[in-house]
Design a protein around this ligand. Structure first.
Ligand code: APR
Ligand code: ZN
Ligand code: ZN
Length: 365
């Protein structure tokens, strides 16, 4: 057992606190990771606001890279000293998805078995719920060994750690779920961190037309720098008509919804070409409903309506590949790191999210 500093959300809507936690030594199937960098994601804020579930206290942070410090007795996939990106898809290898050869949909992913606990205060000893089974706003965290994906150790932790969640979700929404390939037309609705990553992924895959749609002109500027060929300000013009106009009157082959709202999903539905694909990567809230769309339009327009969880990524396949492209200068992950901050600055980073000036604040440990 070790004691380390970590950021915890103790109760619904309460500011996060920097506290000391107990981290058990790794047991069978587990790894202890010394965290080097961890991005601040909307999901961390959703946990703090009680929007995910009520399992307080949460140990926040889940977009991280670090070095393995110790592993459990039976662990062979990683060893102390390995540089790893943490993932929340440690596949089981034996569920119905894994067995049919689709581990990216694994229904029984692994997390650490032992619990980290609060080390101080009246509630000392209380078990922590790590965000997405990771909990990496901490000097060290305990995860399942399969949550550690080894990558090129010379890569910058702050940049490649972002592949652990939001950036992978966006890139994967394009290349895995949307199957964007050379010559396709793509529209991305919502150009925050996830949407911009979808734009980057589409550019990487060779899409010829990449239309960025947002209601914030600043976001469109940024999207242009990250590979968008056209921009549409949907606070000023009808995005469906604009996307059709930019694609020969037809609509885009793939439309990626990266906001998570019924009205933007409806825009995506009508802005795609016949037989095209809609990918929903934005996360809706439980009260939202599918918009009122005539069923004949669903049938008549053909194609597919998909959702993308974690960019349908398989960490062992996708992380090393994307890190290699980054190292070769072909994928600009540095552009996602707006600022590097300390472990005490997370509330301020949450605040900045509302202003929309930041793609990612990354905590350096
Ligand atoms: N039309 C177009 N764009 C919109 C609209 C709208 N009606 N409403 C909001 N946006 C834009 C915002 O201006 C912002 O640029 O969507 C973007 C959302 O970006 P962020 O708030 O930075 O969120 P991000 O981290 O990109 O995540 C997007 O994916 O993973 C999920 O939970 C996440 O649902 C969220 C979504
Ligand atoms: Zn499985
Ligand atoms: Zn995230």
């Amino acid at each position: 057992m070790q004691q380390v500093k970590a950021v915890v959300a103790r109760g619904k809507g309460q500011p996060v606190e920097l506290v000391t936690i107990n981290v058990p030594n790794p047991g069978p199937g587990e790894a202890l990771v010394k965290v080097q960098a961890c991005g601040v994601c909307h999901t961390d804020l959703h946990y703090r606001e009680g929007g995910i579930n009520d399992d307080f206290p949460f140990l926040l942070g889940h977009e991280a890279a670090g070095v393995v410090e110790a592993v459990g007795p039976d662990v062979t996939t990683v060893a102390p000293g390995d540089f790893v990106i943490l993932n929340w898809r440690a596949v089981c290898g034996d569920c119905r998805a894994c067995n049919r050869g689709e581990p990216q949909y694994c229904f029984a992913t692994h997390n650490a078995t032992q619990k980290m606990t609060l080390a101080e205060g009246p509630d000392a000893g209380t078990e922590l719920s790590p965000a997405l089974g990771i909990g990496a706003f901490a000097e060290k965290t305990l995860v399942a060994a399969g949550q550690c994906t080894k990558v090129d150790p010379s890569a910058r932790p702050a940049a490649v750690g972002l592949l652990g969640c939001g950036v992978m979700a966006g890139i994967g929404a394009a290349i895995n779920t949307g199957a964007v390939t050379r010559g396709k037309s793509v529209a991305v609705i919502g150009c925050g961190g996830v949407g911009v990553a979808a734009i980057t992924g589409s550019a990487l895959a060779g899409a010829s037309t990449i239309i960025a749609v947002d209601i914030d002109a600043k976001k469109l500027e940024q999207a242009k720098k990250m590979g968008a060929t056209h921009t549409v300000d949907s606070s000023k013009v009808d995005p469906v008509a604009a996307i059709q106009e930019l694609t020969g009157g037809n609509g885009a082959d793939v439309v990626i919804e990266a906001v998570g709202r019924p009205e933007t999903w409806k825009q995506a539905f009508y802005a795609r070409d016949l037989a095209g694909t809609v990918v929903l990567v934005g996360v809706p809230t439980p009260d939202m409903k599918i918009p009122d769309i005539p069923l004949i339009d669903v049938f008549g327009r053909g194609g597919s309506l998909k959702s993308s969880w974690y960019g349908d990524c398989l960490p062992t396949r996708d992380f090393p590949m994307l890190v290699d492209l980054y190292q070769q200068g072909r994928l600009d992950l540095d552009a996602f790191v707006t600022e590097e901050i300390g472990i005490g600055d997370i509330e301020a980073a949450f605040e900045k999210m509302h202003h929309g000036d930041v793609l990612r604040s990354v905590v350096i440990l």
